[in-house]
Design a protein around this ligand. Structure first.
Ligand code: FAD
Length: 417
């Protein structure tokens, strides 16, 4: 069923009785060509591009819970392509281009809103770093505009320009940055994959990965054994646990990241803003809530909740930047589990077991990567070759030390991840 304005009008006038579920609820088959473990953003987009780009439809996505209830539905929805160094920058540039056509491509409104993202800087040194980053972005065909203090004041007059501790020197403006509706991204990819024949199997936890003679042969699940020629582990914060089912130890730690949303307010914040002195970022959702977050909780955990010191840290940063938000009531906070790599960059690669693939290590930034990651992993699975824009995301860089990718562009500082 294609969605369009006429369909909405007709359904509205006839009691909305003609809508059908956006995807089927199939029983798992005994065998597939490809099994994807994890029905988050990355797993669903991989399935979609396998079917759409490569015509591979004998594919199942196995999700232990319900589709889209993991990190893809728990993040602060920032979408951007303002990475600095080669390795990451071309990948996120490619991903943003996919975002720009995504609603039309999926025939599903993912509410991608290019409202512009502004990274504030607060010292001469930070300004120099952002100038370099902006130049790198422009050189690669992306957009960046350097704003001085008055330029920022014109766009964001409600920031506190008077406080002396972290004075606002200016900002790097990325007009094509913005946000998207997270659930809609999962649902849109799910619908697109399902309509091309992919089986999306919910409430199906993978409990074992079968390996014979160095080759993957299938998976064990809570709904029985499933044979497969190829298996991809796309389980975000649970990647370490799931890879261990195949006897692999990944260079990943799982950490909690929290987010917060206030009561709905009238439009007040037009852009996505990030504070350069304290890791705080904020935007306003289409429902009016101020959505914001900060740093990781800084200790490994699988609990989808956070600790109070980080709540305090985030609130302090927000109040320092824009004291007006102190008047808004926080409605909810929650946590998600981040798959952190030592260099802050992801892994899209073949595992050292034939037929097994890895897509993980997205840290706190994998939402913006959903289209690009699915596109690149589908390419790798279908062709056996890495996608050129994701060729640096190799697993062996952590063993050899060659090709490590400094995600922040700030040098090898582990505490930044
Ligand atoms: C609070 C917060 C804020 C964030 N903000 C941003 C942001 O602004 N911008 C950005 O780019 N990124 C952001 N992120 C990061 C982003 O959400 C993640 O990197 C990304 O969603 C991870 O990929 P995914 O969507 O596939 O993960 P998930 O949605 O977590 O998908 C993984 C799936 O695997 C399933 N699974 C796990 N184990 C098994 C098993 N054994 N069998 C079957 N299924 C299994 C899980 O149930 C889950 O559904 C944020 C994350 C959080 C938590």
């Amino acid at each position: 069923m294609r969605y369009n304005a006429l369909k909405i009008l007709t359904e509205g006038l006839t009691g909305n009785k003609g809508w059908r579920p956006a995807w089927r609820t199939p029983e798992p088959k005994p065998a597939y060509d490809i099994v994807i473990i994890g029905g988050g953003g990355h797993g669903l987009s991989t399935a979609y591009y396998l079917a759409r780009e490569h015509g591979l439809r004998n594919v199942a996505v196995l999700e232990k819970g319900r589709l889209g209830l993991g990190n893809v539905g728990r993040n602060t929805t920032i979408v951007r392509a303002n990475y600095f160094l080669p390795g990451n920058s071309e990948f996120y540039s490619m991903s943003l281009k996919l975002w720009e056509g995504l609603s039309a491509d999926l025939n599903y409104n993912v509410m991608h809103s290019q409202r512009g993202l502004i990274n504030l800087f607060h010292s001469d040194g930070q300004r120099d770093a952002f100038v370099r980053r902006g130049n790198a972005m422009i050189n690669q065909g992306d957009d960046a505009v350097l704003l001085d203090r008055e330029g920022v004041r014109k766009m964001l007059p409600y920031l506190d320009f008077e406080q002396g501790r972290f004075p606002i020197y200016g900002g790097l403006y990325h007009p094509r940055g913005g946000s998207a509706r997270h659930d809609a991204v999962a649902w849109g990819y799910a619908r697109g994959a399902d309509s091309r024949g992919v089986d999306l199997v919910q409430n199906c936890e993978v409990t074992g990965i079968d390996v014979e003679g160095g080759r993957v042969t299938g998976v064990q699940t809570t709904r029985g054994a499933i044979r497969a020629n190829k298996v991809a582990i796309v389980t975000a914060g649970r990647s370490g646990q799931v890879a261990a089912l195949a006897g692999l130890r990944l260079p990943i730690e799982s950490h909690v990241l929290q987010a917060f949303v206030t009561e709905g307010l009238k439009p007040v914040i037009d852009h996505v803003i990030s504070f350069g002195m304290g890791h705080f970022y904020i935007s306003q959702s289409d429902k009016g809530g101020l959505v914001f977050g900060g740093d990781l909780d800084f200790y490994p955990s699988y609990a989808q909740r956070g600790n109070l010191p980080m709540v305090e840290h985030v609130m302090e940063a927000g109040m320092t930047l824009m004291p007006m938000i102190g008047k808004a009531k926080v409605l909810r906070s929650w946590g998600g589990i981040m798959d952190m790599t030592p260099d802050g960059s992801p892994i899209i690669d073949k595992a050292p077991i034939d037929g097994l693939y890895l897509d993980c290590g997205w840290c706190y930034g994998g939402f913006k990567a959903v289209p690009g990651s699915g596109f690149a992993l589908a390419h790798l699975i279908a062709t056996g070759r890495p996608h050129p824009d994701a060729a640096g995301f190799r697993l062996d860089r952590f063993r050899t030390g060659r090709g490590l990718m400094d995600e922040e562009g700030t040098g090898a500082q582990h505490n930044l991840h």
